[in-house]
Design a protein around this ligand. Sequence first.
Ligand code: HAX
Length: 434
Amino acid sequence: MPLKEKLIQKIKETQGEIKSLVKEYGSKVISEATVEQAYGGMRGIKCMVWETSLLDPMEGIRFRGYSIPEVREKLPKVKGGEEPLPEGIFWLLLTGELPTKKDVKEITKDWQSRSEVPNDTWKILKLLPRDMHPMTQFSIGIMSLQPYSIFVKKYNEGVSKAEFWDSTYEDVMNLLAKLPAIAGYIYRKTYKDGKRIRPKKNLDWGANFAHMMGIDELEYYELMRLYLVLHCDHEGGNVSAHTTHLVGSALSDPYYSLAAGMNGLAGPLHGLANQEVLRWIQGFLEKVGGKIPSSEELSKALWDTLNSGQVIPGYGHAVLRKTDPRYTAQREFALKHMPNDDLFKLVSLIYEVAPDILMKHGKAKNPWPNVDAHSGVLQWYYGVKEYDFYTVMFGVSRAMGVLAQLIWDRALGLPIERPKSITTEWIKQNVINK
Ligand code: HAX
């Protein structure tokens, strides 16, 4: 069954289910908020719905109920390949069901047919300075497509609210289809010869992204597919997801919403942490003369970072309380394809040393590595050493999760977001004085 038909079926089922859930249990309490949470980034307050994935502090992310090892095993792969196709995770996120090989092939074909990027976008990107951060270029690239929004057109024609999800779906599919070409070109223009590489008809979405960056190695195609699957979604409260959802709730179209989410992903405490990890490692290697350090030298460098008031990038998490399974999946890839690589050995050594130090330091609630602690070293191995670009790759992947959810936001008719804020004066009057 084509993706859109399957989605229509799922939307009908879910709308009915939620209607009766809210009618029967609407007044049940699922969470409360403390003064500490109001000042502490709203950690742990359960107050929004995100259908595509759910994060367990100990087990890690589940996409529509499937863990990372399960999606790696169960999602369709290319012939002879071992890593799942990103098209498959998108199908799963959107419909809640595992796709067949045929379903996945149809998405590849559909995205290929929508992948032509308008000339204006190329012109705009070409004008941007080479030293502009690739995430800024990426965000501008996404915004340059906004005039093509079908959602805006249909909204202005006056379509009913019940139909909003349909034009959102069309925008999302058009946008996802074009992101690898835009990101690939940003890579070429910022670091290489500036020439655009055309996509190939026989390649899937992930492999085509690698190809358009100028890397045509089968092993790197596999890494790209894995990377795009692992980074796609991490429930709703993280900055990129929540921002996309929040901006979308004002009925801003998918282009505005995604660009906003990507601007959040560009923060060093969020997606930019993957480049920060490599920057930290390179700075450290320079200090020790480029050789593989001893654990004592590493220990000292980590303490120096902490004592100077900086964070150890790639470690800690707002929700997770153990090693991120996305880290583990990337480690497994490295153990298989590059066990003797020096940088991988150093990343492994950091994994041995840093958690103990963070525990002794006593601040971070989670001393274990997150997804960003490992992604850079894999890219470096295959020659993608321009670490400022890593977050763009993260963004191409994250777009699948946040945009799948945006379609569901519209399908469920979720209203404009508007939580209540309070002042410190209000807290004093209502908490202390009561
Ligand atoms: N190194 C040093 N200190 C750390 C730390 C780390 N890796 N992780 C947390 N802490 C500190 C916090 O800065 C905070 O200190 P203050 O009380 O002085 O403010 C304290 O420990 C308590 O923080 P927490 O409750 O454990 O963590 P938060 O929920 O506040 O923050 C972060 C979660 C991910 C932002 C945090 O762990 C961090 O800054 N990590 C390093 C950056 C990083 O790897 N970010 C990527 C996270 C994954 C992600 O979103 N990827 O996109």
